[in-house]
Design a protein around this ligand. Structure first.
Ligand SMILES: [Zn+2]
Length: 342
């Protein structure tokens, strides 16, 4: 049996999954361990190797059947998976700067390793799950809104990675936010230095830095004034919105309308088969998710008749999306005859 491993290495947790040569997943539930990323690459790579063997036991897989692995991490990294020499938020230990993650992990695991950034990995999984048998001829755009906003673009079944690996950095696409009702007075500055990009309007960071500071003062008796930090208050907004709190509903409406304007840009650039939305923003009640998707649609300018039925889908199995996408990318690059990457 040929088994492909998928590894999603985040800032605080590692997820594992496995699929067979036909791309069928052999683990349905989340298989997650804490990640020792802050202890640097030596400790962390040992931990990945041990964890992967444990995950195989957990899944009832003979580890000798695992022939190739895909690994996903938050960026920035090169197309080949060399982590940024300038460091990154999630890989702050100096040992990670300029670290060739797939090459070193390949030595550690004694198998070829393929790299994707986690947004692209989630996008590939979302694409395959959404488009099914038509995935190789379909185009999809995935936006994952969590602490930041990541995602990816899949054209005719292939991830677009770009010249430097930065394709699919959808959070930094500029949005004409002044068109959103009640948003013209916002001052949405992103970490990247851009003003009014998607991440600055539609992410947990946007709630903390832009939306709550602008809107909470208009609700002087609101319970969020009692939270000790804006970050703590920001984390509560999703739950309060799902419960119908007017301020929180307003904040999520602005985020959804910003996504709607973004989706319209994607429609006119790619004429896609599907838009997939994932991340913490949708980890709530079904009723709230349905309302949110309807708000995204309301945020889109009028569409051509042919494009009005564009599916806006929710990411399935979101917590395992990065690991699943990494495994699928490894499967695509692996030659079973030579047991090497192609
Ligand atoms: Zn940005």
């Amino acid at each position: 049996m040929t088994v492909i491993a998928g590894i999603d290495l985040g800032g605080t947790a590692i997820n594992y999954t496995f699929c067979d040569a036909a791309g069928r997943f052999l683990l349905t539930q989340l298989c997650e361990f804490p990640a020792r990323v802050t202890d640097g690459p030596t400790v962390c790579l040992d931990q990945i190797a041990v964890g992967l063997q444990r995950a195989a036991v957990h899944a009832g897989i003979d580890f000798t059947d695992v022939v190739v692995a895909g690994v996903a991490t938050p960026g920035p990294a090169s197309v080949a998976g060399v982590l940024s020499a300038a460091g990154s938020t999630n890989f702050a230990h100096p040992g990670w700067a300029g670290f060739d993650l797939p090459a070193r992990l390949s030595t550690q695991l004694r198998m070829p390793v393929v790299y994707l950034n986690d947004g692209n990995a989630a996008a590939l999984w979302g694409h395959v799950a959404a488009c099914g048998e038509k995935e190789s001829t379909s185009t999809s755009i995935t936006a994952v809104a969590g602490t930041g906003l990541g995602g990816g673009v899949v054209v005719n079944g292939r991830l677009v990675v770009g010249r430097n690996g930065f394709a699919g950095e959808l959070g930094h696409v500029l949005i004409p936010f002044e068109r959103i009702e009640g948003a013209a007075e916002l001052r949405p500055l992103c970490n990247c230095g851009r003003y009014g990009d998607l991440e600055s309007l539609c992410s947990l960071t946007a709630i903390e830095r832009v939306l709550l500071p602008a809107l909470l003062p208009q609700y002087p008796t609101h319970e969020l004034h009692r939270e000790s930090t804006v970050r703590d208050a920001a984390k509560r907004v999703r739950g309060l919105a799902a419960a119908g709190d007017p301020l929180s509903v307003r904040i999520f409406s602005i985020q959804a309308r910003a996504l709607g304007l973004f989706v319209d840009q994607m429609v006119n650039t790619f004429d896609p088969d599907a838009i997939i939305i994932g991340g913490g923003i949708i980890e709530t009640t079904e009723a709230f998710r349905n309302w949110f998707i309807a708000e995204v649609r309301k945020g889109m300018p009028p569409q051509r008749a042919e494009q009005r039925d564009l599916p806006l889908l929710l990411m399935p199995d979101g917590d395992t999306a990065g690991a699943r996408g990494a495994a699928l990318e490894a499967l695509r690059h692996f030659d079973e005859t030579t047991l090497q990457l192609q």
